[in-house]
Design a protein around this ligand. Structure first.
Ligand code: ATP
Ligand code: PLP
Ligand code: MG
Ligand code: NA
Ligand code: MG
Length: 297
């Protein structure tokens, strides 16, 4: 167990607002990690706004940065974290980065949020799906798909808790010893399912957390959730359930604060996606009050 680490985080950057690295770097720092961000894109704002402008990093440019770090012996990381990736060529460069980092630290933990879509809609090019399934999942240590992404990766339709648990087992067999399906929609509520395969010979330890759905739409929460799961699961390496309780408790406190801020400003929270109150929630990130309980199966 380690309280700290050095994380290479390859994610989006937005000038305004909190998604990607903007949503992951600050909380990881608050939890005591050194975080080195590589910005896979730099956009003015997230893509849910009517318009956005900016630049996209290509795979070769990613490898250039890695080469620069390597040339100075700066490529020792305990963790690699990746989120939204927009092209097959960039994803293939990320795979090269995984190999390179593991050649320097064989114990590198690769936390992968296989961002591909949500609620039945794909928002990356379709040819990314098989690369995630066949090349990325096998090298990931921890995977944090949502329901739709877990379906794409396992080719299993997830309509129940049992299906969610089965999907986790399929994913374990393919690679990662830790899997958190960050939400499954079940009759109006959200269900998180966590699964830790501690021993290849035995069934994984599995648990669920029931999360009431807040009637609003937030951005940056998936990226924040994965960052918190990385942060806490490294501190409690044998208690994924505890790590998930802490991550969910922080995130839900932040979502309530976000909702309250919009509501008290007289804003209709259902009319557009809400920017999370990340900085204002720093105490909830550093010292979450445990308000959510994991139930072991
Ligand atoms: P997921 O499908 O788990 O939601 P995702 O990658 O699609 O993963 P988000 O949709 O942003 O990311 O959600 C991440 C987490 O944020 C969820 O696990 C849930 O805990 C929380 N969350 C997001 N939206 C809501 C909401 N409206 N009400 C309650 N919790 C939410
Ligand atoms: N990255 C970028 C550039 C985005 O525009 C968005 C959402 O619009 C995200 C990431 C996704 O954020 P999340 O899935 O965490 O809500
Ligand atoms: Mg979602
Ligand atoms: Na997720
Ligand atoms: Mg997501």
């Amino acid at each position: 167990p380690s309280n700290t680490g050095r994380v290479l985080s390859i994610q989006s950057h937005t000038v305004q607002g909190y998604v990607g690295n903007k949503s992951a770097v600050f909380p990881l720092q608050l939890l005591g990690y050194d975080v080195d961000p590589i910005n896979s894109v730099q956009f003015s704002n997230h893509t849910g706004y009517p318009t956005f402008k900016g630049q996209v990093l290509n795979g070769q440019q990613l490898l250039d940065l890695i080469e620069g770090l390597e040339a100075n012996n700066l490529l020792y990381y305990t963790h690699l974290l990746t989120g939204y990736i927009g092209s097959v060529s960039f994803l293939k460069s990320v795979l090269e980065v995984v190999d390179k980092l593991r050649s320097i630290n064989p114990n590198l933990t690769y936390v992968c949020d296989p961002v591909m879509g949500d609620e039945g809609k794909l928002y990356v090019p379709e040819d990314l799906v098989s690369v995630y399934r066949e090349k990325v999942v096998p090298v990931a240590s921890m995977l944090t798909p949502n329901q739709f992404e877990a379906e794409l990766l396992t080719k299993l339709r997830i309509g129940s808790e049992t299906d969610g648990r089965k999907a986790c087992k399929i994913l374990h067999a393919a690679g990662p010893s830790k899997v958190v399906i960050t939400s499954i929609n079940i009759d109006g509520n959200l269900l998180l399912i966590g699964s830790h395969q501690k021993d290849k010979e035995q069934a994984p330890e599995q648990f669920k957390i029931v999360i009431p759905r807040i009637p609003a739409y937030f951005t940056g929460t998936g990226d924040l959730m994965t960052a918190l799961l990385l942060g806490w699961s490294n501190k409690y390496p044998d208690n994924l359930d505890k790590a998930a309780e802490l991550a969910v408790s922080s995130l839900q406190a932040l979502l309530q604060r976000t909702l309250n801020a919009y509501t008290s400003a007289g804003f209709d929270s259902k009319s557009s996606s809400l920017e999370i109150r990340l900085i204002q929630s720093q105490d909830d990130i550093r010292q979450p009050k445990l308000t959510f309980k994991a139930h072991k199966y």
